[in-house]
Design a binder for this molecule. Structure first.
Ligand SMILES: Nc1ncnc2c1ncn2[C@@H]1O[C@H](COP(=O)(O)OP(=O)(O)O)[C@@H](O)[C@H]1O
Ligand SMILES: O=C(CO)[C@H](O)[C@H](O)COP(=O)(O)O
Length: 564
């Protein structure tokens, strides 16, 4: 480790906002942070939730970089800003975009600015369900099952499903697209002034978990595989990549233009990007076989294991990739496609009558109406949680499934839908909310059970993300359902912290990630111990949940089959 005081900046692009965090590389002290909510995204532009279409405009990201980094620089002043040596980047994924040969997203080019197909296809966009199915069918027929390191089932949340879907849906975008890039690859390329997409350093994490890349295939599957999928893809593979990089590697220095725009020095290393969850796990000081749960809009469950002996394939997860979390260790990923998003959905359902009726009321003035609505909505989830916590476990029969945005794992199936069952005339808002929270925790247990049944031990659970920090009710329930203690990370921005740690290694402040993680990673603020009085009761409801899962999966898949 170098001894002088330096600072590293982590940029964490979440689903709704981007966060910047400045960290002391010697101590891990967090000096300043800033958040920017994506403007167009917040207004619902370019999205159609009922069609599962979620697109983000590159300008939302560019404006976010500028706003957050400038704010952090202003908070700490020029003296400290001059000692910033690195920027690390994490983003959601798979969130790809079509680009021209200079690596510019098409939505930044004349004629494409308002075209959702020319924008980033956010991880939770499931417009490519049909395409994912075709990829799966082809994988089973091909001499090599290219999905084997991605849990054996390719998902519509991932790179190739999205590329194929957009290429088919939009001839103009297909024609103009020289290549496709992940959000986490584009940001470092942008910041370092990249001009040739063939030189873009692609993330091992994104490529291995979502793009069918594997060292044993010498990169991506061959062109013939993609041509067999659809001749539209002919030649694209050659314009993508063979090589991938772990995030301890430098992409280059901050470009002069971006240095000026952000108020930073040009002598600043930008490291290779990766997904938010994987970097969050490093911010949380992940240890081998500790399941690190990033609990926000969705959950991403990350585990690392030593690379030793013959690699065992784990079925039904989001892949196993050498170096996707810590270089030279195997990174395994699973998760739920909706988690906090389920509570956000229920909040929207309940918010509708509140907003409508109060805004039409003649009893109070406009300013009071606005304040009342804001107060009511702000308190809705905490109040529901409080009331739900007083309901006995499983006594009133409401039972839900957490597949509101399909099922990411175990066994990806994005055709599946959420369910609320067992309702009677006594079902209240808190009881239904409780059933939704139980479903989200049971979905998490299904993942733990899958790892265990596939022979992957789980020594403990670490949690981070918005829900882990904000909801003791949900966290206690999760500990009871899993029957495992859960350690919650103290940092408010563990993903950005992880990104800053990678930046520091790429800038050679540290020789390797474990050393940097030990010095800079977050402490834990609380441990939720399972309450043994509840464990048995939850286990009974979990069995009922499992039976409802089986019944509904059969029902939904039969319906799809019968409707052709
Ligand atoms: N008090 C709360 N209880 C439960 N869930 C909450 C609470 N406050 C926020 N959430 C959920 O947290 C999620 C956002 O998580 P966060 O980690 O902040 O963002 P992101 O997923 O974009 O990284 C939202 O889906 C929201 O419903
Ligand atoms: O699958 C992912 C990473 O592999 C997504 O990026 C992640 O689940 C979305 O993150 P968030 O819920 O924090 O918005």
């Amino acid at each position: 480790m170098k001894s002088s005081t330096t600072y590293s900046l982590g940029l964490d692009f979440g689903s709704d906002s981007v966060r910047a965090l400045l960290v002391n590389t010697q101590t891990g002290e967090e000096l300043a942070t800033a958040v920017h909510y994506y403007k167009r995204w917040k207004e619902g532009q370019y999205c159609s939730p009922s069609e599962n279409r979620f697109r983000q405009h590159p300008l939302d990201y560019i404006e976010g970089i500028e706003a957050t980094v400038r704010s952090v620089v202003a908070q700490v002043g020029p003296e400290i800003a001059a000692q910033i040596v690195s920027i690390g980047v994490d983003t959601t994924g798979s969130t790809p975009v079509a680009v021209d040969a200079t690596g510019t997203p098409l939505a930044l080019l004349e004629g494409f600015q308002e075209n959702p197909n020319a924008m980033f296809v956010l991880w939770k966009d499931h417009t490519g369900i049909q395409e994912a199915q075709e990829i799966n069918e082809l994988c089973t027929k091909w001499d090599v099952d290219y999905s084997q390191y991605e849990g054996g089932i390719y998902s519509s949340e991932w790179f190739w499903s999205k590329i194929l879907h957009v290429s088919r849906a939009d001839a103009a975008v297909h024609k103009a697209a020289y290549s496709w890039v992940e959000h986490c690859d584009w940001v470092p390329f942008l910041l370092t002034g990249g001009e040739d997409v063939r030189q873009m350093k692609r993330s091992r994490c994104a490529a291995g978990h979502k793009a069918l890349w594997h060292e044993s295939y010498n990169g991506l599957p061959p062109n013939e595989f993609f041509v067999a999928l659809d001749p539209l893809l002919d030649g694209l593979r050659e314009r993508l990549f063979d090589k991938t990089y772990t995030s301890d590697v430098s992409v280059g220095n901050l470009s002069a233009a971006w240095a000026e725009r952000l108020g930073l020095s040009e002598n600043l290393t930008v490291s290779v990007g990766a997904f938010d969850a994987h970097m969050g796990a490093v911010g949380a000081k992940i240890e081998p076989y500790y399941l690190t749960k990033i609990m926000g809009t969705s959950t991403c469950d990350v585990l690392v294991a030593p690379v030793e002996g013959e690699e065992k394939l784990v079925k039904g997860i989001c892949g196993q990739v050498d170096g996707s979390v810590i270089p030279q260790m195997l990174g395994l990923e699973a998760g739920q496609s909706a988690f906090g998003d389920i509570y956000a959905w229920y909040q929207r359902v309940l918010a509708w009558p509140i907003e409508e009726l109060i805004s039409k009321s003649g009893l109070i003035d406009e300013a009071t109406k606005r304040k009342l609505i804001e107060e009511a909505l702000g308190n809705l989830i905490p109040e529901l949680s409080n009331a739900a916590s007083k309901e006995p476990i499983g006594a009133s029969g409401e039972l839900a499934l957490d597949w509101m945005n399909g099922r990411r794992t175990p066994d990806a199936n994005q055709n599946l839908k959420g369910v609320i069952a067992g309702i009677n005339l006594g079902s209240t808002s808190p009881k239904i909310f409780r059933a939704l929270v139980e479903a989200s925790c049971f979905g998490a247990k299904k993942i733990v059970d899958r790892f265990l049944s596939e022979g992957i031990p789980i020594k403990g659970v670490i949690a981070l993300g918005g829900v882990a920090k904000k909801s003791p009710f949900i966290m206690q329930m999760m500990a009871d359902v899993l029957n495992m203690p859960i350690k919650v990370v103290a940092s408010e921005q563990a993903c950005a912290l992880g990104a800053a740690i990678f930046g520091a290694v790429a800038a050679e402040v540290y020789g390797n990630v474990p050393e940097a993680m030990e010095r800079m990673g977050s402490a834990f603020e609380v441990v939720y111990e399972p309450n043994q009085a509840n464990v048995g009761a939850y286990a009974e409801v979990y069995e009922r949940y499992g039976r409802l899962c089986d019944t509904m999966e059969k029902h939904i898949m039969n319906q799809i089959k019968n409707n052709g």
